[in-house]
Design a protein around this ligand. Structure first.
Ligand code: ATP
Ligand code: MG
Length: 404
């Protein structure tokens, strides 16, 4: 084993994996462009407090998963565990609310969480996320969920989109109380962590994966039965619009999310094949204010790029590859052929191996070239090249005049 290994939970992406990774990112970004989202390039490091304030003190991310450290001046910083907090910080700091009636932004890049690594769970992973700031309209929620649905369909991935409403400042307190009362009754079945969550953050108990906890919340009250008029209307409009758009969804009355900032709509796209969440998001109508901006409703989602490409069966075949093979003292002429072919948009590899024709053709085969472009003294003198189809073995002469 070589002396140096990558850090646990941090990975290199090479070859096919890197291609699939790029294919997923490109497809999502093409979709985002069609919905008129604008890119925002955000720092990887923020003040720790940005995450504490937005994600919430009582969440797993803030309590256990943060890569936090002190800088030379003793200030607490952290590698970002997700993108929304930074996007909101940037929205407020750059006063985007004063510039645009509403803003549709997307970001991409690595996120860092100190979790136990396993398939689909890493310590550095990548997200592409999108956020819409400035509208409370349920049609925005519908557009965002429609976008998620389109991304999954275009990647040919089977997933169920689960939705729920977790209410707002007006209606959630009553629900919290009702849920707490229920949890007190089933206390004996709760795991250690949930016993602690029960009073501080009872909604998170709904999200616990421990079987006895799942059992304990099966008959728990549902947020949808507690929604205030505004939240109920919002949720029912969202369902109406999704139906109109033919976006299949499933209501999951116990769906909550691992971050505290959500309000009203929350959603997750869960892979039918693996049962893991691929894309997740929701509304966060108080977060801009919480980070010092004017009251601004917002909604967003984040797609886990590794989980998406892991499930990807195939990617679009690449453009056929040409290899230009100079044999003899003809490299100058070969370079001009390479230049001309690339300027026609062809994918071209110039053979870097100085050897006879046979050896270079073997190389072209190894590299999976579809065509070999043979250039010897005769070709250079005569102003042409020989195009060899590597599959059929057929050769044709192609006239070539170097551009001046
Ligand atoms: P999970 O319940 O799987 O831990 P989460 O609720 O923590 O997910 P979010 O914070 O909502 O996830 O992040 C959105 C998406 O980012 C997830 O659906 C997933 O695809 C991806 N993701 C989150 N954490 C990781 C990780 N540690 N490794 C790889 N992908 C991740
Ligand atoms: Mg998590």
């Amino acid at each position: 084993m070589p002396e140096f290994q990558s850090v646990r939970g941090f990975h290199d992406l090479i070859g096919e994996e890197a291609k699939k990774f790029r294919a997923v990112c490109d497809l999502i970004k093409r979709k985002l462009a069609l919905y008129n989202f604008e890119e925002i390039v955000l720092p990887v490091v923020e003040f720790l407090e940005v995450f504490q304030r937005s994600i919430g003190e009582a969440t797993d991310i803030v309590q256990k998963e943060m890569f936090a450290f002190q800088d030379k001046k003793g200030r607490w910083l952290a590698l970002r565990p997700e993108g929304t907090a930074g996007a909101v910080r940037a929205y407020v700091q750059n006063r985007l609310y004063a510039i645009k009636p509403y803003a549709k932004l997307f970001y991409e890049g690595p996120m860092f969480r100190h979790e136990r690594p396993q398939a689909g769970r890493y310590r550095q992973f990548h997200q592409i996320g999108a956020e819409v700031f400035g509208s409370i309209e349920p049609v925005v929620d519908a557009e965002v969920i429609h976008l998620v649905h389109e991304i999954l369909s275009e990647l040919n991935l089977k997933a169920v989109i689960e939705i729920n409403s977790i209410g707002c400042k007006v209606c959630r307190p009553d629900y919290r109380e009702a849920l707490k009362q229920h949890l007190n009754k089933v206390e004996g079945q709760l795991c250690e962590v949930c016993l602690d969550r029960k009073d501080r953050n009872p909604l998170r108990v709904l999200d616990c994966k421990v079987p006895t906890c799942k059992e304990a919340v099966r008959d728990a009250p549902k947020m949808v039965d507690f929604l205030c008029n505004e939240c109920r209307e919002h949720y029912s409009k969202l369902k109406e619009y999704l139906t109109a758009l033919s976006v299949p969804f499933q209501e999951n009355p116990h769906l909550v999310r691992g971050l505290d900032y959500y309000t009203k709509t929350v959603f997750e796209a869960v892979s039918t094949e693996l049962g893991i969440t691929l894309i997740a998001g929701g509304r966060y109508d108080y977060l801009v204010e919480e980070l010092g901006g004017p009251p601004t409703p917002a909604i967003g989602f984040a797609a886990g790029v590794e989980r998406l490409y892991m499930l990807l069966k195939e990617i679009q075949p690449e453009e056929p590859l040409y290899m230009v093979i100079p044999f003899g003292d003809v490299v100058d002429y070969a370079l001009l052929v390479v230049k001309a072919l690339r300027s026609e948009g062809k994918r071209v590899e110039l053979s870097y191996k100085r050897a006879g024709l046979k050896k270079q053709l073997e190389l072209a085969n190894k590299l999976g070239c579809r065509y070999a472009v043979l250039i010897g003294e005769e070709e250079k003198e005569g102003g042409f090249y020989t195009l060899k189809d590597m599959e059929t073995g057929q050769q044709v002469r192609v006239e070539f005049t170097p551009a001046l």
